[in-house]
Design a protein around this ligand. Structure first.
Ligand SMILES: NC(=O)c1ccc[n+]([C@@H]2O[C@H](COP(=O)([O-])OP(=O)(O)OC[C@H]3O[C@@H](n4cnc5c(N)ncnc54)[C@H](OP(=O)(O)O)[C@@H]3O)[C@@H](O)[C@H]2O)c1
Length: 234
């Protein structure tokens, strides 16, 4: 059975480059219309160019996830441009320089949690109710397999919060055919992952699409590992 996302609208945060760009392309290849997001319209240009080769509609929203106002602006732009969305892919996140767990400042914790946790929660709150009303929705949140790296505790704890929030949200919306899952992409060569990462960014596909392509009534509140679906030879 070939599953099509034709006619669905997907917002992919942080889709100007890296993993988010791959996810945007993967969703579009499945027929979804895509809203590309980055901090500026200019940053989105490459992804928009890649998507232009596919028979889907594309919009761009620009805005900071690092401020409450920026997140609200992104929500307003999405509503103004497409109205409602069917797929919310919370991909964007930031990491930080490694430093002793005893020296990670309150300012650092606030900064990372604003982008990685508070912004993600707010986007879910803004768009999940519309999915519930229409009885179809897929929300996917990017997590990480990071472990035993206390120098990066701010980042890793923010991802633990994403996992827990995803599970709680999944319970809240499961009766309305809105599936909420979280994906570990693997360690990939991106600006965030760095050049020493194990795998090319392209290997996040097709695994990252699995939680979007789940059938109605499918698994929710689950952890997915994109590398489990890596195409052999890549
Ligand atoms: N790469 C890995 O090995 C790895 C491993 C585990 C998990 N992950 C997770 O995978 C996701 C994507 O990572 P990546 O490696 O693709 O990252 P990346 O290459 O650094 O790309 C980050 C994306 O997020 C956007 N972004 C960053 N800060 C933002 C902000 N303050 N406001 C709005 N947008 C912002 C960037 O937009 P601009 O272009 O406008 O800056 C860019 O599109 C993240 O959730 C990350 O934690 C990655």
């Amino acid at each position: 059975m070939k599953i099509s996302l034709s006619g669905k609208w997907a917002l992919v945060t942080g889709s100007t480059r890296g993993i988010g760009q791959q996810i945007a392309l993967g969703l579009a290849r499945c027929g979804a219309n895509v809203i590309v997001h980055g901090r500026s319209e200019a940053a989105a240009a490459q992804t928009v160019e890649l998507l232009a080769e596919l028979p889907v509609s594309v919009e761009v929203v620009a805005g900071e996830l690092s401020s409450v106002e920026g997140v609200e602006s992104i929500i307003e732009q999405v509503k103004a441009k497409v109205g409602v969305i069917d797929i919310l892919y919370n991909n964007a996140a930031i990491s930080h320089e490694g430093q002793s767990i005893f020296e990670q400042s309150r300012e650092l914790w606030d900064r990372v949690f604003q982008v990685n946790v508070h912004a993600l929660i707010r986007l879910c709150q803004a768009f999940a109710p519309g999915m519930q009303e229409r009885k179809w929705g897929r929300i996917v949140n990017l997590t990480s397999g990071i472990a035993d790296q206390p120098d990066l505790a701010v980042y890793s704890v923010s991802k633990a919060a994403v996992d827990k929030f995803s599970r709680d949200l999944s319970t809240a919306v499961k009766d309305d055919n809105v599936l909420v899952n979280y994906v570990d992409p693997g360690w990939l060569k991106t600006d965030l992952g760095g050049p020493d990462a194990w795998d090319e960014v392209t290997t996040v596909l097709p695994g990252a699409l699995v939680p979007v392509l789940l059938p109605d009534g499918g698994p929710t509140g689950r952890h997915y590992a994109a590398q489990d679906y890596k195409v052999l030879g890549e």
